[in-house]
Design a binder for this molecule. Structure first.
Ligand code: PLP
Length: 471
């Protein structure tokens, strides 16, 4: 299997080459040259497999530069009941008639990002050992990504994590999750500033090519193909649980920010999984909803990006969206470049409303969208508690609202649960007047000793800290 860049770079790469890379050299995103097709006989065979074996089968179609026995061992070690809480790994349950919740948030940090990040940690350790190399991961987080990365990389050989976060701006629970880690290879850096300052620092350090090479700086952001690939697996697992045979269509609703999660659904559908509709759920930061309604993709300025009660979906542009648009325009790299380099670069938007390709977004590709507000989230959380005695987090609530709007009787609608409510306790308290229950392993974490350094919003200070801590 070879990988290409959405922006037309002539090089082709194998999986392990792009595993440790971010963007392609021309600024594009990596995609497989073609999506492997899964036939009815294969689907029938996969239906009976435990999650780790299903993951191995799907990953094998995209990874041909890791010996199968090794890849199988990596999957088996990653997707265990011990790490994810149940044998099903992603158990599905029916909420109301035909509407299901797929639990993706029972991993170490209680958000769906663990599903991919735990695999990435094991793939990184394997590949770095094979190369005799080291990697220093530099990241910026406002919560979920940073903790998922740290719990995936803690104690891994050959990897260090330097995670910047805005000082005092994460929830106390999120801070405690990250800062209580005492592993030597994990470095928490609280930046005096906001999340954008953290992102600017990561960009500045990555743009210093000399420093980047000398200290082997890498990232784990959501454009990483391996993360996306890991997420494809739970669409198959959700499909099998929602149906009794492989001729039945199923729809999915996905709380979306950077379009990584739902893009994995697009890949699963492109492989032949019978997905009828993919519903993109957004909050007030509705760049994606706007595109699917109008054909206009208009990135927002920082000042127009709202701070909402589903903060992991607070994005100004959706970094994985380029992958889908590449497929939408028939994999025409010149056309893609015009949209993402020329139009976005010059005017901050592109307009496909008059392009026949836009009709295919809802048509051939099955996309729909929805949008929620803070009031919608509170109402959904209350209603779901009252009618089904089930607590959902604010992101999953955004999903549920959009799912109900798009649900077609007779076609199961699976909502991806992207976090557990305890991570966003303040909004649950606002909706219900009470704190959600906390899993046992997180009792009292706010009182644990914290391992964190405070630095000014200055790339040079962060570079100096990395240099000091690299031997
Ligand atoms: C990251 C995240 C999202 C958004 O996922 P994308 O892949 O960026 O679309 C939604 N909900 C939660 C809880 C998250 O952590």
């Amino acid at each position: 299997m070879n990988y290409l860049s959405t922006r037309g770079h002539p090089d082709r790469k194998r999986f392990c080459e792009i595993l440790l890379e971010g963007l392609a050299p021309d600024g594009g995103l990596y995609l497989p040259e073609a999506y492997p097709q899964v036939d009815a006989a294969t689907l029938a065979k996969w239906r009976k497999l435990p999650y780790a074996e299903l993951a191995f089968e799907i990953l094998s179609l995209y990874i041909d530069d890791i010996p199968p026995a090794d890849l199988k061992a990596i999957c088996a070690k990653t997707y265990t009941a011990e790490v994810f809480g149940t044998d099903e790994i992603v158990p599905l349950r029916e909420l109301e008639d035909g509407v299901y919740l797929e639990a993706l948030s029972n991993g170490p940090t209680l958000a769906f990002k663990d599903m991919a990040m735990q695999l990435l940690g094991n793939l990184f350790e394997y590949e770095l050992a094979r190369r005799g190399a080291e990697l220093n991961i530099l990241g910026a987080t406002s919560g979920d990504t940073g903790s998922a990365a740290e719990y995936a990389m803690r104690g891994k050989k050959g990897v260090r994590v330097f995670m910047t976060s805005p000082d005092g701006r994460m929830s106390p629970f999120q801070q405690a999750q990250m800062f209580s880690l005492q592993d030597e290879n994990i470095h928490n850096i609280a930046i005096t500033g906001v999340f954008d300052d953290c992102q600017d620092i990561v960009k500045a350090v990555s743009n210093d090519l000399g420093f980047k090479r000398k200290y082997r700086i890498g990232t784990v952001n959501s454009i990483n193909w391996a993360r996306l690939l890991a997420q494809v697996v739970y669409y198959f697992a959700g499909y099998f649980q929602a149906t009794a045979s492989n001729d039945k269509p199923v729809s999915f609703t996905v709380p979306s920010g950077n379009f990584g999660n739902v893009c994995a659904g697009h890949v699963a559908r492109s492989m032949g999984l019978p997905i009828q509709t993919l519903v993109v759920a957004t909050n007030e930061n509705d760049v994606l909803d706007e595109f699917f309604r109008t054909g206009v993709y208009r990135v927002r300025a920082a000042v127009d990006t709202h701070e909402t009660s589903s903060p992991s979906m607070d994005i100004s542009k959706a970094s994985n969206f380029e992958r889908f648009v590449f497929d939408l325009v028939g994999r025409d790299a010149a056309k893609l470049r015009k949209l993402f380099v020329d139009d976005l670069g010059l005017q901050g938007s592109f307009d496909l409303s008059a392009d026949p390709a836009f009709k295919q977004a809802a048509g051939r590709f099955g996309f729909r969208s929805g949008r929620s507000t803070h009031a919608d989230r509170l109402a959904t959380i209350r209603d779901t508690d009252k009618r089904f005695a089930t607590l959902v987090d604010p992101h999953t609530a955004d999903g549920l609202k959009a799912a109900r709007e798009q649900h077609v009787p007779g076609v199961p609608m699976v909502v991806l649960e992207t976090a557990l409510p305890i991570k966003f306790a303040a909004t649950l308290v606002e909706a219900l007047g009470a704190e959600p229950a906390r899993p046992k392993k997180f009792e009292g974490i706010e009182a644990l000793p914290k391992r964190v350094v405070k630095l000014p919003a200055d790339a040079e200070a962060v570079k100096a800290y990395i240099a000091e801590n690299c031997d």
